[in-house]
Design a protein around this ligand. Structure first.
Ligand SMILES: Cc1cc2nc3c(=O)[nH]c(=O)nc-3n(C[C@H](O)[C@H](O)[C@H](O)COP(=O)(O)OP(=O)(O)OC[C@H]3O[C@@H](n4cnc5c(N)ncnc54)[C@H](O)[C@@H]3O)c2cc1C
Length: 478
């Protein structure tokens, strides 16, 4: 009896021990991971779990969230009700989403943070398209944000060898990210180019790196190229840092200090866009960085390891290319005198800035109509639409219905069959058949289409993929 009882207890103890051991085995790597952390994608030093910066190279790990995120499984969309989610760590409180949302009260500003009311949000995604910093996504209750981005590795190199994408074009907004990525891409270029290598005969006109765009990412890349002694060309379709220049007047920037190559730490918290532009112009003047403004890159072709950039002014050849073109694309222009004036916009980023002003909108597609609808919602804004067609034939039904109501009520005036011939400080000259009409205005908003940035990338052969990016815990909903 005693033997049987002892045997029973021994057997039970053995089973319990085996059970505990079998449960313990899979969790062992997790324990190790918690203690040791994960390797930094840049320098491979171990970053302790929960740490924001790499202890080895000091790079904020958030910078790799897109490159490290897994590509989405096709057709694996999560179920649930779609609703907007705002990333508190990226929102700059500009309110563009509030203007873009068709559901009153679904997204509102609480201080400098946009907050979604789940009960009112219908998941249209207009706020996602409107957000200038990519801080909003529509999710279906999952903890991931599905985004469409160009495929890059942790050095920001694409599937086209030698072609790098940085800043907002790569899918991540914010000035600080753009500055950091521009600098890091040049570090990767330096690593990739054999130091001091002789260029083959006849290649004297091939620069080490061509940088497209002179926003925060392109400027930072250009300054780092200069610091590293690379031969370079920086090509900019507009003026220096065109996107920031086009922010609404006196827009306050929400940003953290960042280290600018050849300059040092730049503190731009709550500075106005005018101040930031002034600082950048001074840095460019002091360092001698050459930026070819007013030159647009139209095509990039890689042949025999050398890139050929076709621009509006000629051809450049480069061993490496860094695309820092932002996401706003290249808007189609009217090509009329006066279009370079400060009062001409190709995108509206803050409707409220136009309150009480006389605005002429040019175009007849959805983007023009949506601009008109937003402007007509502003207090005392006088809106006139100039369209060369006679009817809105290419617009969504809901836009057609809304504009019809505004035209009927007289809230908006449309001049059909009109072509803009000139823009002056306080008027625009329109041609209507054989007649000329003068339309007084304070601002002109041109929405006549353009070249989308991803279409440009696909022509070069860059793969665009869908990625599932984990949402940080501070994602804000109402
Ligand atoms: C209204 C508004 C408010 C914002 N507020 C803040 C804020 O407070 N804080 C913050 O951190 N971020 C803010 N942002 C976001 C920030 O401006 C962007 O994240 C940042 O500018 C991205 O930098 P980038 O260099 O990648 O692109 P961009 O600044 O967009 O620069 C791209 C440049 O490339 C040029 N380019 C494009 N195509 C071509 C081509 N084919 N050939 C030659 N040149 C080309 C463009 O003209 C442009 O100058 C705001 C954005 C907007 C619109």
């Amino acid at each position: 009896m005693l033997t049987t009882t002892l045997g029973f207890f021994a057997l039970t103890a053995l089973m319990v021990w085996l059970h505990l051991r079998s449960r313990g085995t899979p969790s062992a790597p997790t324990v190790t991971a918690v203690v040791r952390g994960t390797p930094c994608p840049r320098c491979k030093a171990l970053v302790p779990k929960g740490s924001t910066f790499c202890p080895g190279c000091g790079v904020p790990q958030q910078i790799f969230e897109l490159t490290q995120a897994p590509t989405s499984a096709p057709g694996a969309a999560a179920g649930g009700v779609p609703r907007a989610m705002v990333r508190a760590d990226m929102c700059v409180g500009c309110g563009t989403c509030v203007d873009a949302c068709p559901e009153p009260g679904a997204i509102t500003l609480r201080g400098k943070l946009a907050v979604v009311d789940d009960a009112l949000c219908k998941g249209h995604g207009e706020c996602v398209r409107g957000c200038p910093v990519g801080a909003i996504s529509v999710t279906t209750g999952t903890a991931v944000n599905r985004v469409q981005v160009p495929l890059t590795n942790s050095e920001f190199e694409t599937n086209v060898p030698g072609l790098y994408i940085v800043g907002e074009l790569g899918g991540r907004g914010l000035i600080k990210n753009a500055i950091n990525e521009g600098k890091m891409a040049i570090e990767a270029v330096v690593k990739a180019l054999e130091p001091g290598a002789e260029r083959p005969d006849g290649d004297a006109d091939v620069v080490d790196v061509a940088i497209v765009g002179s926003g925060p990412a392109g400027l930072s890349a250009g300054l780092e190229a200069l610091r590293r002694g690379l031969s370079y060309v920086v090509i900019e379709q507009g003026s220096l840092s065109d996107t920031v220049r086009k922010y609404p007047r006196h827009k306050l920037l929400l940003a953290e200090p960042v280290s600018i190559p050849l300059y040092g730490d730049l503190w731009i918290a709550d500075a106005s866009k005018e101040t930031l532009l002034q600082v950048w112009e001074t840095i460019v003047a002091n360092t001698g960085l050459q930026v070819r403004t007013g030159e647009r890159v139209e095509q990039v072709i890689r042949a025999d390891g050398v890139f050929r950039l076709q621009t509006s002014a000629g051809v450049h050849r480069a061993r490496r290319v860094v695309l820092a073109m932002g996401r706003r694309g290249t808007p189609r222009r009217l090509g009329v005198p006066g279009e370079e004036l400060d009062k001409v916009f190709y995108d509206i980023v803050e409707m409220e800035a136009f309150a009480g002003r006389r605005v002429l909108v040019v175009g007849g597609g959805d983007s023009a109509i949506e601009s008109v609808l937003g402007l007509a919602n502003q207090k005392d804004t006088e809106v006139t639409l100039s369209y060369r067609g006679e009817t809105f034939s290419r617009v969504k039904d809901r836009n057609r219905a809304k504009i019809a109501t505004l035209l009927e009520s007289g809230r908006v005036r449309a001049i059909f069959g009109s072509v803009v011939r000139e823009i002056r400080h306080d008027v625009a000259v329109l041609q209507l058949g054989d007649e000329t009409t003068i339309v007084p205005n304070d601002d002109v908003v041109v929405r006549i289409g353009g070249d989308a940035p991803y279409a440009f990338l696909e022509r070069i052969g860059v793969r665009i993929v869908e990625k599932d990016v984990p949402m940080p815990p501070q994602a804000a909903t109402g």
